[in-house]
Design a protein around this ligand. Structure first.
Ligand code: PLP
Length: 363
């Protein structure tokens, strides 16, 4: 569907050719065994038509083959287990999603990996790449909103014989296409903006290399970590409005960043979409559009509690990218950030309502 725009691809992706009597929007397929015969499907752990429909839609947006997994961490852990062998060197972002580092350290301990942690903004000396098997980037990083150059780091990783993967959760395939920038894998927690309604967990890995896609599918079938058909169907239904939701979220983020820019209670405001943000130039060079996630600091943990409790619209939850505007105080989860550090996810509320509510809550 590459001749169409993002909104069209979100609405039509994975819905197949029209055929008389077939529903315009088919429901989920729940099945353990299938009648055997001339069909791709024989058993629910190995394949499901609802998975394939969403994989076709996301793969079209990512520019590769998509392998759906039951959560973002299932996507990350399946990729790491498939790529890494005992003694390999793995490069991870020191400022990225914390469970990724914990998984590599604790759950892959038997592989005796050599793990190098680098902040998203580097520095990225040659030694980082030499002898590495896999380099994982997260850009924009979460929660810091820093950005690194996917094309340049992919070139350097490949020159050193390493594979490169990008955690594309914050951007979504509409915000950024890592495979087109040279990455071997683009993965995401679709729990966040892609599904976007805070009612399911899901993840995926996309790759332009069909052999890797096949290996990941096999890992999914054999591990048994498979997505539920209903969650898959809900996410596919939600994908239809991703373009619209991101547009409202980015509009709300821009308005809030503008309103908070000179606010005396706020410091450390960062959103890559802001023209004066330190990450803006690098982000604009590789990103296609902005999302609704930004961050700032209040005085301390109590100030964040007061902020949320005075608001009528903000929910204090640890996720982002959904319809509802949400606030997460990241220090409570062990991120190496100040106590008053807030990751703010702008939702799809009316912009004026949201700005008024946030300014009232901070007053
Ligand atoms: C949430 C998140 C994950 C993990 O995804 P789950 O769906 O919760 O397993 C991975 N990476 C990033 C950047 C995330 O925000």
């Amino acid at each position: 569907m590459t001749e169409f725009g993002d909104g069209t691809r979100c609405v039509h992706g994975g819905h197949g050719e029209p055929s008389a009597g077939r529903p315009l929007a088919p429901g989920p397929v729940f099945a353990a065994p299938y009648h055997l015969g001339e069909s791709a499907d024989f058993y629910g752990r190995a394949g499901n038509p609802s998975w394939r429909a969403l994989e076709e839609a996301i793969g079209d947006l990512d520019g590769g083959s998509c392998v759906l997994l039951p959560s973002g961490m299932a996507a990350i852990s399946t990729l790491l287990r498939s790529v890494l062998r005992a003694g390999d060197r793995l490069v991870l972002p020191s400022d990225g999603y914390y469970a990724t580092r914990q998984f590599a350290r604790d759950e892959l301990a038997e592989l005796s990996l050599s793990i190098t942690e680098i902040p998203t903004t580097g520095p990225w000396p040659d030694e980082v790449f030499a002898g590495a098997r896999l380099v994982l980037l997260e850009t924009p990083s979460n929660p810091g909103m820093d950005v690194c150059d996917i094309a340049e780091l992919s070139r350097r990783a490949h020159a050193a014989g390493a594979l490169l993967a990008v955690d594309n959760t914050t951007a979504t395939p509409l915000g950024q296409r890592p495979l087109a920038l040279g990455a071997d894998f683009s993965l995401a927690s679709d729990t966040k903006a892609l599904a976007g309604h805070s009612d399911l967990l899901l993840g995926h890995v996309s790759t332009a290399d069909e052999q890797w896609a096949e290996r990941l599918r096999k890992a999914r079938t054999l591990s048994g970590a498979i997505p539920g058909p209903f969650e898959t169907w809900l996410a596919h239904r939600s994908l239809g409005t991703l373009d619209l939701r991101l547009a409202r979220q980015a509009q709300n983020a821009a308005a809030l960043v503008e309103a908070l820019r000179e606010h005396p209670a706020v410091s450390g405001l960062r959103w890559p979409g802001a023209p004066d943000d330190p990450a803006h130039a690098a982000a604009a060079a590789q990103m296609r559009r902005w999302g609704g996630v930004f961050r700032f600091e209040l005085a301390d943990a109590a100030a964040v509690e007061r902020f949320v409790s005075r608001s009528r619209l903000l929910a204090h939850v640890t996720s982002f990218g959904g319809l509802h505007s949400t606030v997460d105080r990241r220090a409570q989860w062990g991120d190496p950030v100040p106590e008053g550090f807030v990751r703010f996810s702008a939702g799809c509320e009316d912009t004026d309502d949201l700005v008024a509510d946030v300014l009232h809550a901070l007053a």
